[in-house]
Design a protein around this ligand. Structure first.
Ligand SMILES: C[S@@+](CC[C@H](N)C(=O)[O-])C[C@H]1O[C@@H](n2cnc3c(N)ncnc32)[C@H](O)[C@@H]1O
Length: 398
């Protein structure tokens, strides 16, 4: 796997450089290096609506920078989208020990929210934190405490940085309770899954940047490999509702449903077990994923392609099959399939939608063969409805 940092999106370059200056100063024996650098590093903090902080990513080609968390509340988002829907409280009540995989740990808010949530539980908690950016982990040492428990994460981060020669001095004054075991892995999450993961997890937090910027962690191949390390009842939780991500999960063999929403649109929950999915997707979302080019998933066969390769591969597949073997996603066409065109008041839109399907050999969006495609058993799970829609589409289009 290329270790070129461009293959991953990480922290703003200026933030990284400052952290490396700090490392050097501590390595040179300056006991007050952290105090000296505190204000300058704090200059990168962005206060979010619930008073917790976030940071910002570097640029990715023509894309804007992206914050690590929701601006509506970084810590609240961790609670609402990852921790509360994870079922880990119920699992902790029924087991002596739980294991969680935290992919893209960033500044450790998801882990802090989880440990805060489980603080009264009599259970052994083991968490594998996987984060590629050593600078992001180091920046967490400067972020104001969001909860008393944040000290545990900071203590473990500091110990890791000292053990690996980045820092020299023990400054975080906190004892981690003996039932909490945090393992820090600084590497590409694909590397962790290929070479380091073992045993079974009770839940996975999947929190990369958005799919168009960190596609390597949303591929069919990455999700397929994670399956080996999941308990049957475990959930994978992610904040994104993007169609290629949901499609990749379905094609990797997961059952999927909607995650809770927190200001931004709702996320996605996946499990090997159908019984664990509380809220199915809407049929409208299923149609977009199964029948249009937006549903083309990201692919990374050996889990080591770079960003451009993964993005370009999906783009070229979309181009090839769009309006040939899948419907184009333009003007939200998949959502209108099967409707009586006369019910669409906007005449221009109605003509446009019809013209897309006419080019593919149908008479209108209400063609009887389109109804055949949409005819799937409503009692099936969302994943199975998506697969059935795809089968119907391929059968009808030959
Ligand atoms: C949205 S932030 C995660 C925030 C984090 N979960 C928290 O609680 O603070 C995404 C993180 O993923 C890291 N990252 C990006 N690509 C990665 C990769 N391929 N493997 C592991 N970490 C990656 C970035 O450095 C960044 O810290």
């Amino acid at each position: 796997m290329s270790d070129d940092t461009h293959s991953r999106l990480e922290l703003l370059e200026q933030n990284k450089m400052l952290i490396h200056e700090l490392f050097q100063l501590e390595q040179d024996g300056h006991k007050d290096a952290r105090e000296l650098y505190h204000d300058e590093i704090a200059g990168f903090f962005i206060r979010t609506d619930d008073g917790s902080y976030t940071l910002t990513s570097d640029k990715r080609d023509s894309h804007d920078c992206e914050t690590l968390h929701s601006k509506y509340g970084a810590f609240s988002e961790s609670y609402e989208k990852f921790v509360k829907p994870s079922n880990l409280l119920e699992i902790a009540n029924n087991k002596k020990s739980i294991r969680v995989l935290d992919i893209c740990s960033g500044i450790g808010y998801n882990v802090t929210a989880l440990l805060t949530y489980l603080k009264d539980e009599d259970v052994e908690i083991e968490i594998d934190m996987v984060e590629s950016s050593i600078e992001t982990l180091a920046t967490s040492l400067f972020i104001p405490d969001v909860s008393k428990v944040y000290g545990y994460v900071k203590k473990e981060v500091e110990s890791y940085l000292i053990e690996h020669g980045y820092l020299t001095f023990n400054k975080v004054l906190c004892n981690v309770p003996s039932n909490i075991h945090i393992n820090i892995h600084v590497c590409d999450a694909r590397e962790f899954i290929k070479n380091e993961a073992n045993g079974k997890y009770d839940a996975v937090f999947l929190d990369p940047y958005s799919p168009s910027k960190s596609p390597e962690l949303y591929t069919i191949d990455f999700f397929s490999r994670i399956k080996e390390f999941l308990e049957e009842y475990a959930l994978i939780l992610t904040y994104t509702a993007a169609s290629p991500v949901r499609s990749a999960l379905v094609h990797a063999g997961y059952q999927i449903g909607q995650g809770p929403s927190f200001h931004r649109s709702g996320g996605t929950i996946a499990s090997l077990s159908e019984d664990m999915i509380a809220t199915p997707l809407t049929f409208s979302d299923e149609k977009v994923i199964a029948l249009s080019d937006v549903g083309v998933p990201y692919i990374d066969p050996d889990l080591n392609d770079d960003y451009e390769t993964i993005i370009n591969r999906r783009q070229s597949t979309r181009k090839k099959i769009r309006a040939v073997s899948v419907f184009p996603s333009s003007s939200k066409l998949p959502r209108y399939l099967g409707l009586d065109p006369e019910t669409i008041e906007d005449e221009h839109l109605r003509d446009k939608l019809n013209s897309y399907v006419i080019k593919m050999g149908f008479e209108s969006i209400n063609d009887y063969r389109i109804h055949d495609i949409l005819n799937v058993d409503a009692d099936l799970s969302s994943s199975n409805q998506i697969l059935a829609l795809e089968d119907n589409l391929h059968r009808i289009l030959g």
